[in-house]
Design a protein. Structure first.
Length: 385
């Protein structure tokens, strides 16, 4: 590996433990509880995520459970829970969200020990309330939830479920389905990326530091993330135990419209750009997902000409990775493998990243150039570059 790369990864690793120490402990978070998407047709969206991504049926609420306002399908794969929600009332807030944004992430729910305290602590530090603490109960116990507003129309829901042993939460019943395709090997959410307006990255990074006690794990400027035509800037914010990581992107000036600008145009504002999900066997996962119809970005074949020099020895067969379009990067802790889907909506907004970490704690900086070129090729096809 070239010495300049070694210097970069050494600098990254040198400060990572100090960064986690900087994250304050007033808001302990156990992990991601669930991610809720507002969608135009939850029944059909659930079928897609089951078929293509390997999720399983978990829980349901809707007309049959007495909910006259909306229906929600809850899907699960290992530690990942997706909630897909569709409204019945065309004049509801959920309908307005879908009309404006298309299908997209509304709720990033965080699993906490005390949802009341999480709400009080964050609001006291300047968060705008979205949902005051509320308790829902059934024969399986109770769930306490509260929420604060973040970028765009996205909210963080604090979920306390230590006194609940039901299938998901009160109001939901077990979703029994004869159709449950095998898992594709997805394990947990590694990170979730937010796109914000020009000039607002520092504002939201400061929000996560001040309101939620997060620390800045790493910063990328327009020299790190750019091509001949487009660029963006990003700050990665993390909580104290490192289980929650939120990169915040904003567009940077370039000759043409960047991927962040395209997202902001079609999403009609700030929102969650992509969800990164982890696997222990990315070759198996991507092979399965390709068989099931998931479309991935095309990585230029020349990218693989320099991989060995850049990342050194890896356990995987490079020819297999090349055939699947899986990229590789290394830091001082190890290496990672990653690949990105094309947008999973008709609007070029939300997409997924599949990542396997073999020790690496970074985010694939060495892959940014190839990734951007792949995204720009898709933008050119759409006429939005």
């Amino acid at each position: 590996m070239p010495s300049d790369n070694l210097t970069q990864v050494s600098n990254f690793s040198y400060g990572i433990e100090k960064i986690f120490d900087q994250a304050q402990d007033f808001l302990p978070i156990n992990g991601t509880d669930y991610v809720e998407l507002y969608v135009g047709n939850a029944k059909q969206a659930a079928h897609y995520y089951k078929t293509a991504f390997g999720f399983q049926s978990l829980a349901y609420c809707g007309l049959e459970t007495g909910n006259k306002e909306y229906c929600s399908y809850v899907l699960v794969q290992d530690k990942i829970r997706l909630v897909l929600t569709t409204p019945f009332n065309p004049d509801s807030a959920i309908s307005e969200h879908i009309r404006k944004h298309g299908d997209g992430v509304k709720v990033i729910a965080l699993w906490v020990e005390d949802a009341r305290k999480a709400f009080e602590e964050t609001v006291a530090r300047g968060a705008e309330p979205a949902i005051k603490p509320m308790v829902t109960q059934d024969e399986h116990g109770e769930v306490v939830r509260s929420a604060i507003k973040t970028y765009g129309d996205t909210i963080h829901m604090f979920v306390e479920r230590k006194n609940y042993n039901g299938v998901f939460m009160p109001g939901y019943v077990k979703w029994k389905s004869d159709y449950n395709p095998p898992s594709t090997g997805l394990k947990y959410i590694d990170h979730m990326v937010g796109n914000v307006l020009l000039g607002e990255m520092n504002k939201w990074a400061e929000f996560y530091a001040r309101v939620m006690g997060f620390a800045n794990l790493i910063t990328f400027d327009d020299k790190d993330i750019s091509t001949q035509y487009t660029a963006l800037m990003s700050k990665v914010m993390t909580n104290g135990n490192g289980r929650i990581k939120f990169p915040i992107n904003e567009p940077a000036k370039g000759l043409k419209k960047s991927q962040v600008e395209e997202y902001l145009d079609f999403y009609r504002g700030a929102g969650c750009q992509h969800i990164a999900v982890a696997t222990d066997d990315i070759v198996f996962t991507i092979s399965e997902m390709k068989k099931r119809g998931v479309e991935f970005l095309h990585v230029p074949g020349t990218y693989y000409d320099t991989v060995k020099n850049r990342v050194g020895t890896i356990a995987e067969d490079l020819e297999v990775l090349k055939s699947l379009g899986i990229m590789v990067d290394r830091d001082e802790e190890g290496y990672l493998l990653q690949i990105f889907t094309k947008p999973v909506e008709d609007r070029p907004t939300l997409f997924f990243e599949i990542i396997q970490r073999k020790g690496a704690k970074s985010f694939g900086k060495g892959n940014f150039q190839a990734l951007f070129e792949s995204i720009e090729a898709e933008q050119a096809k759409r006429g939005t570059l």
